[in-house]
Design a protein around this ligand. Sequence first.
Ligand code: PLP
Length: 497
Amino acid sequence: MSDGERPPGDEAAELARLEEAVRAVLPALEAFNRFEGADQAARRRPSWQARLDLPLPSEGLGLDAVVEELTRSAIPYGVRTGAPGFCGWVTTAPTTAGVVATLAATVAGSQRYFTQPFNLLEALGLRWLAELVGLPATFQGVFGSGGSMANLIALGAARQSAFERIGHDPSADGVPAGVQTRIYASRQVHHVVKRAAAVLGLGRRSVVLVDVDDDHRIDLVALRQVLDDDIRRGILPVALVASAGTVDTGAVDPLAAMADMAAERGVWLHVDGAYGLFGVLDPSVAGLFDGLDRADSVAVDPHKWLAVPIGCGATFVRDPALLERAFTLEPAGYLARPPVDPADGPPASPFADIGERFLDFGIEQSAPSRGVLVWAALLEIGASGMRARVQRHIAFARRVTALASADESLEVMAPPSLSIACFRYRRPGLTEDQLEDLNQRVVSRLWADSVYVPSTTRLDGRLAIRCCFINPRTTWADVDGLVAAVRRAGDALLGGE
Ligand SMILES: *Cc1c(COP(=O)(O)O)cnc(C)c1O
């Protein structure tokens, strides 16, 4: 559209030409997704930074310049977390369904409210998720940006519950002085739980980190002891946090036993399944999740194993009214609308009804449609497709472990529970310090010179090479290739190459 067709006085932003712009970036996106050649993002930083890092332009350069710079300077150097050899941390890139759903929602579902499909899909995405992992449909779900927010919302509900029991409304009145609170979790819990405690006014130090057993699961004896000691001392327990898939090893805390312990003492049970909850789909490990349906709240990240675009986590809370008391936005004049009388038939305007009121169940008002991402991913592959993915990834972790235990130059550092494998290169006669240094250098070499990107972690004070399989593009050949590459890199480093 030429500027002449714009309403007079309009700003310079293009309001049309969507098809043209999307078509123009698509070849670069398709090329990116082939992950060909070495990853040049770090090596060529000076060149793309020089093109992108400009002073604020006083005059705009127009949409064509935006498309040009995206295509030339940004997309080719984007982060390759979807490359088949990438198995670091707990992240991956989206599959096509999530990408196209994002585009659709950005354009047509720019808010998750009102009488429109993206409001329905927000609720439907939550319903499908709950059903997929075996949570009762009566739980109130809400989407947020990821596991950080999902845990914060869940623990906000836990805080509400704990203080209401002692006749106090923390949402309305704040956290009262003089009440000591505690949240109990294993040493392997994700640090976002501590941050949530900080944000909720309970304090990072209120999170008690309980020892783990040999399988990196919370030690129930130690948990019971500290919990009961604290209760005797008049401390208010806010929640037991069970990790359903720790990020270090994929360990799943004993949910049923923790549910018993929580129920006997009237304490909230929260399950952080941000990474691992989808593991329940694999019958060979589903038993680890027994007791999940007894949780008071659950966090899960579709943007991890379900491989939808980043920015999609979900919280489920057993008691919807409690969640609403914790997070209600309260009625606001500018959001009010005339009452809808169903007897009048369907309203003529989609804006007559806000639809499912997600704004009262979390900490965002305006928010993108996220249910559509989950809906799209599950509509495409169904529960069976997701089950096959999870089973394959769990089998990958077992394969890495089998290969490592069969190779005298490799050592398994933790048996896999889900889709995370931890191992290292070893050589008799090397000290722990030398092994640490060697394995760090093995990983650096893999990052620099191979297609494989595992990460590392520390287990019982020792450095482990860690691969977490949630990437839908990873194949069996990549799994074997990764282990072989670790072996080669270790050999080469010791051989002085
Ligand atoms: C990833 C993860 C988080 C944090 O989630 P984000 O989506 O990165 O905010 C919390 N807990 C666990 C167990 C995780 O795997």
